[in-house]
Design a protein around this ligand. Structure first.
Ligand SMILES: Nc1nc2c(ncn2[C@@H]2O[C@H](COP(=O)(O)OP(=O)(O)OP(=O)(O)O)[C@@H](O)[C@H]2O)c(=O)[nH]1
Ligand SMILES: [Mg+2]
Length: 349
């Protein structure tokens, strides 16, 4: 005999109290940011508005976002900035009012950009800055660093932009594209970008559902604020496995890091678990304990669980670690990059 009836009733009871929706805006800026927003648009997330911002008219026309903002018409006439972050910044500064109008009334604003370009890298930090003017909203920027194979210039531009994102966001989640070379080597570039788009979408999907959908373990806006208000340098790790093999799942997840950090130095961890209906509380406990082993006792830990019946005994975990110590750029992958991305010149001439 189980507790099915009691649990069902408890869930329904809970849902009556979680009706006050947290309003979330995802602002994708530049080509990469807008592509991630397109990926998100297919998920139809509750309480999430999607905004695409770009100087590139064609990219916006293709976008599935419900809000769009074309900037810099008189500077670049609907084209890209060709990697000019100063121009991106100038364009944003000259459109402050239009940007602000788009940002009104949200509790959480995610700013997404692929660093290395002039639109995402130049306009993105200004969007974050304007979003942060409203002290009540939480500004989480999620940015990718370019593949080293894209060239030193792009990486230099990316580092400048990253600094500006830090200055203007509560938390910056950094994902290094080169890390994909460890996890899925020899993948064509476009597919690699798609994986990054999905990973970023997954972070937002998990957070928005943990907040706005009644679920077994719920994260509220105050919890999120606590972890991310001063989240500094953060990153994410992703793993998948079986509920009966938690140790393997955890060791895989900790290997799949997207930024070279020591996660045990993190001051906060936001762990999102998506699984079928069979995971027990003790399994969940083991998963969280193992993932956060070595972290300070005083660190903040929050867990959200979403049940997807189809997953059965499979588990997917996305762990965001905040205020982590950065250990330096990835080195070990630079040796294989040339081979894996032999088609790179055709994409980045
Ligand atoms: N995740 C993801 N990253 C991408 C994609 N396209 C490009 N990137 C990465 O994002 C970086 C910036 O490229 P874009 O987003 O195209 O540049 P932009 O922000 O539009 O800036 P400009 O085109 O220079 O005005 C690149 O160096 C790539 O590393 C994509 O579709 N998805
Ligand atoms: Mg562009």
């Amino acid at each position: 005999m189980g507790w099915d009836m009691l649990l069902n009733e408890a869930m329904e009871f809970n849902s009556r109290f979680s009706s006050s929706e947290t309003k979330i805006l995802v602002a994708g800026v530049g080509g990469a940011g807008c592509n991630t927003v397109n990926t998100l648009s297919a998920l139809n997330l509750i309480g999430v508005d999607l905004l695409a911002i770009n100087t590139d008219r064609i990219s916006l026309e293709r976008s599935g976002a419900n809000k769009k903002l074309l900037l810099g018409k008189r500077f670049v006439n609907g084209q890209s900035t060709s990697g000019n972050i100063e121009l991106g910044e100038l364009i944003a500064e000259s459109s402050i009012q239009e940007i602000n109008q788009m940002l009104e009334g949200y509790d959480i604003i995610f700013v997404l950009a692929g660093l290395g370009g002039g639109s995402g890298g130049g306009i993105g930090p200004v969007v974050a800055q304007q979003a942060k003017r409203n002290k009540k909203s939480l500004v989480v920027s999620i940015v990718t660093l370019p593949f080293k194979a894209e060239g030193k210039r792009k990486m230099d531009i990316a580092k400048l932009s990253l600094e500006k994102f830090y200055q203007n966001s509560n938390t910056v989640i950094v994902l290094e594209n080169d890390r994909l070379l460890n996890i899925v080597p020899n993948l064509p570039l476009e597919k690699a970008f798609k994986i990054m788009d999905y990973l970023v979408s997954d972070i937002i999907h998990n957070i928005s559902e943990a907040i706005n959908k009644p679920s077994m373990i719920h994260i509220d806006f105050a919890d999120l604020m606590k972890i991310m208000k001063n989240g500094g340098t953060s990153t994410v790790m992703y793993g998948e496995g079986e509920i009966n093999s938690i140790p393997e799942l955890v060791s895989d997840t900790l290997k799949n890091k997207f930024y070279n950090v020591d996660h045990t130095t993190a001051e906060g961890a936001l762990i999102n678990i998506v699984t079928g209906p069979h995971m027990s509380l003790s399994m969940m406990n083991e998963l969280v304990e193992r993932l956060t082993e070595g972290m300070d006792e005083d660190s903040e830990k929050k867990v959200g669980i979403r049940i997807e019946e189809d997953l059965s005994t499979k588990v997917r975990v996305t762990a965001i670690f905040t205020n982590v110590k950065y250990l330096g750029m990835t080195r070990e992958v630079s040796l294989v990059k040339e081979e894996a991305f032999s088609d790179i010149d055709s994409v980045f001439p």
